[in-house]
Design a protein around this ligand. Structure first.
Ligand code: ATP
Ligand code: MG
Length: 404
């Protein structure tokens, strides 16, 4: 037998009073985005449940996708059956025969919202239980904690049977919190930071600094691929590519080597903040992790952060590298992150960056540059792309051309 539908139980959002419908609509759209790779699948939602109609699509890959979407507490695949006692009997027998092993216990739990149906739920439990006994004489009924509970629901349009519940990812539906700008490099940390922000419902836009020709199309593709991985958790993400070459050349030209990194980061922060303002985001999210590299000391954080009052969320700031790697593997970004494409910071990185940069010095060196003009030109040159869970055909063609 094939599953026709998946019923979805909402997570934390069901406690959110009058915002409930807004939450549910967001989650429905996120699920539809993620499942858009399956053209036959239809997603609907009402106040109590979400419904994924498979329309012939295989259950397993869809279930794998659902397991990752934030805001889903649990889901159950269901069989849709004709609303008649003989059809229901055939169905429960087929299902139980498929599941049966030696010494198994079971129970039938019927419910009907269509009260005109010929049997009430008690009568249905007996009739369907009998049918199972007749087919599998050594099976036992057990009311408390049976191995299998067959839930039978008689609704207006048809009858539905389910027997398993799969745990979802929990968290909040992406987009139920306002927007944050994720500073996304090609590294291991920032995609994980993005994932953790998504988990709490924050909608993210990915801001990526590229310095062609010093950085390759491969590095950009890597950032796209990482963003695509993040779409699995809550749907499409806007990717913002920032032209950063001019700024890096200027800094390299005019500032002392020891402050290259501090100044570079300060520009990234300023530009991200400016884009945030234009695109109506509320916060900045990055992948800084304390003490991981010379540039990620508290002194350095102070010198970089001084360019803005906007809250900067650093979800991985206190995690160990090994914890980060483990999680990055779990969310399947690790293998992309370790691809050997240099990003803009690696190329312009000084041999010995200052571990305790002084804000005063950073400001002094910046006075040699046209900070406002540089920021303005970078922001004017941004390129927006919508990243969906699907690899776009056009994008593939473009990339192949670029790589050749
Ligand atoms: P990651 O693994 O995320 O690259 P990292 O440990 O290598 O982090 P840094 O390279 O010092 O750390 O960068 C610190 C943070 O600055 C990154 O986590 C990211 O949020 C941001 N960042 C660095 N490079 C870029 C870039 N090219 N585009 C966008 N953000 C960047
Ligand atoms: Mg990095």
């Amino acid at each position: 037998m094939q599953y026709q539908e998946i019923m979805i139980r909402f997570g934390e959002l069901s406690t959110k009073g009058k915002n409930k419908m807004r939450f549910i609509n967001k989650l429905r759209k996120n699920i539809a985005d993620v499942l858009s790779v399956y053209p036959e699948v239809v997603v609907k939602a009402d106040r109590d449940r979400g419904h994924v109609y498979l329309n012939g699509t295989a259950y397993e890959p869809v279930a794998e996708s659902l397991k990752q979407i934030f805001g889903i507490q649990a889901f159950s695949p269901v069989y849709k059956v004709e609303k008649s006692v003989p059809a229901l009997k055939d169905a429960v027998v087929a299902i139980m025969t498929g599941l049966y092993r030696e010494g198994m216990t079971f129970k039938i739990a019927s419910k009907r919202s269509d009260h005109s149906f010929e049997l009430d739920s008690y009568g249905l439990n007996l009739a369907l239980g009998d049918a199972v006994y007749t087919a599998l004489p050594s099976i036992k009924a057990q009311m408390k904690r049976p191995d299998v509970t067959l839930k039978v629901e008689i609704r207006e349009e048809a009858a539905y049977i389910s027997h398993e519940e799969v745990k979802g990812a929990g968290g909040l539906p992406v987009g139920t919190s306002p927007k944050g700008m994720l500073m996304l490099s090609g590294g291991i940390d920032s995609p994980l930071a993005g994932y953790l922000a998504l988990k709490r419902g924050v909608e993210i836009e990915a801001v990526h600094f590229a310095s062609p020709p010093y950085t390759s199309p491969g590095a950009l593709k890597k950032a796209h691929d990482l963003t695509r991985k993040l779409t699995k958790f809550g749907g499409n993400i806007t990717f913002i590519e920032v032209p950063f070459t001019e700024i890096q050349e200027e800094i390299k030209d005019k500032a002392p080597e020891a402050y290259l990194l501090t100044l570079t980061r300060r520009f990234m922060m300023r530009i991200t903040d400016r884009i945030r303002e234009v695109r109506k985001g509320l916060v900045i999210i990055n992948g800084e992790s304390l003490g991981q590299v010379a540039s990620q000391t508290l002194e350095s954080m102070v010198a970089i952060n001084a360019v803005t009052n906007t809250p900067v969320i650093r979800p991985v700031v206190t995690m160990d590298k090994l914890e980060i790697i483990e999680l990055a593997q779990k969310i399947d970004t690790f293998d992309i992150s370790i691809q050997p494409f240099e990003d803009c910071c690696t190329i312009f990185a000084p041999d010995r960056p200052k571990t305790n940069p002084k804000l005063k010095n950073a400001e002094q060196y910046e006075a040699r540059l046209d900070v406002d003009g540089l920021v303005e030109r970078a922001v004017a040159g941004i390129k927006l792309t919508t990243i969906t869970p699907q690899v776009e055909k056009d994008e593939m063609a473009d990339l192949i051309e670029e790589l050749l």
